[in-house]
Design a protein around this ligand. Sequence first.
Ligand code: ACO
Length: 430
Amino acid sequence: MTEMAKLSLPDGKSMELPVLTGSENEKAIDISDLRKKTGYITLDPGFANTGVCESKISYIDGEHGILRYRGFPIEELAENPSFVEVAYLLINGELPNKMQLENFADRISLHSMIHEDMRHFFEGFSQNSHPMVILSAMISSLSAYYSEASGKASMEDLEINSARLIAKISTIAAFSYKKSVGQPFVYPRDELSYSANFLNMMFSVPAEPFELDPEIERSLELLLVLHADHEQNCSASTVRVVGSSEANVYASVASGILALWGPLHGGANQQVVQMLQKIHMDGTGISKYIEKAKNQYSNFRLMGFGHRVYKNFDPRAKILKNECDRILSKLGINDPLLDIALELEEIALSDDYFIERKLYPTLDFYTGIIYRALGIPLNMFTVMFVLGRVPGWIAQWKEMHEDAKQKIARPRQLYTGQTKRKYVPIAERV
Ligand code: ACO
């Protein structure tokens, strides 16, 4: 029998609300009939207490630092990271067998080229355009080439559209980098793995041979796997909200890219390294920055610290901290920014301000140091996040369309503006 919660309202009305239980025993009060039955709405800025859907894709226990994709612990998926396998898992719900994986990987490779006309789009952007802008514009432009993808009908073609998105986004990302450095575009090579193909498009030039370092390829696979989904965060919610109007999957993902760009979300990975660089150049020590972050009158925040859901270590940050050590020592790099990051983390984790607010390092705190080691430039960091997150966005978009209970996203508001008043013609205004 469904458990019920009782809500008593100030006007004497009351209502019984069903209590739902998730598979990990999380509880939710179903308020979907609240306004219809009582006239009241709920108010929850930033949706901090609001569940917008039931989902089977990823599970986070922020209190205990747990993240699972489709039930599999992130630590296990990170052991021998395969981004294409994880993409299949997120979108289809189960791990692929050997043949399913090969077919999925082949389908992605098959769609890696973009329409030749799209090359000209890059000419319209100035050389110093941020690659995130280019990426979002180009992904939404894909709708112009794949018209069968329009609206909810694209669910029928989702298999091919997923492959197109996962494949083409890496080509577009690499082209936008090439544009920014004034080098010729390097076309995709289908015989390479997803990460190897991306690295080849980014770093090879026609003038000389390019040797791919398998250590770098492995590190990139790991980063992509760790970014692949994170339940109802700002960008995933954006993809769902846009998709709920039956906008196509390309338009929905393009909107997700822009939501991810903000410094409080995916843009934090660029901000972390900029912050570490500033501390390094300043040379006067870390405590000044810790004090600034704690000062309520300063708008400075310790970037890469704090998360809406994690009130404990982000499990991805733990994995990446080890990966920083591994890849930097394999590549023989001694990055002073890593030393600053470690010191900053140690000081913050023993400071009452951060302890009381449960502010821990998130994955963004470490990704930038690894991207630097891999040779990825600063303005491409958030683009790398996008490459990893695309399968998660597709899975979220798909799940929303398969859920019979989902409707167009249309929140309510509590109006606090002027009550009715009379229009004053301009000649009579003071
Ligand atoms: N540095 C200093 N103080 C912080 C930080 C930080 N990084 N993060 C939160 N706080 C403080 C706030 O000032 C607030 O203090 P108060 O209670 O005295 O007012 C308290 O901790 C709670 O913070 P909120 O902003 O209310 O928490 P919220 O859940 O809304 O925000 C967020 C989470 C946006 C991630 C925040 O922690 C932040 O701005 N972090 C820095 C940016 C960042 O790294 N973003 C990446 C997040 S991960 C991702 O999206 C991929």
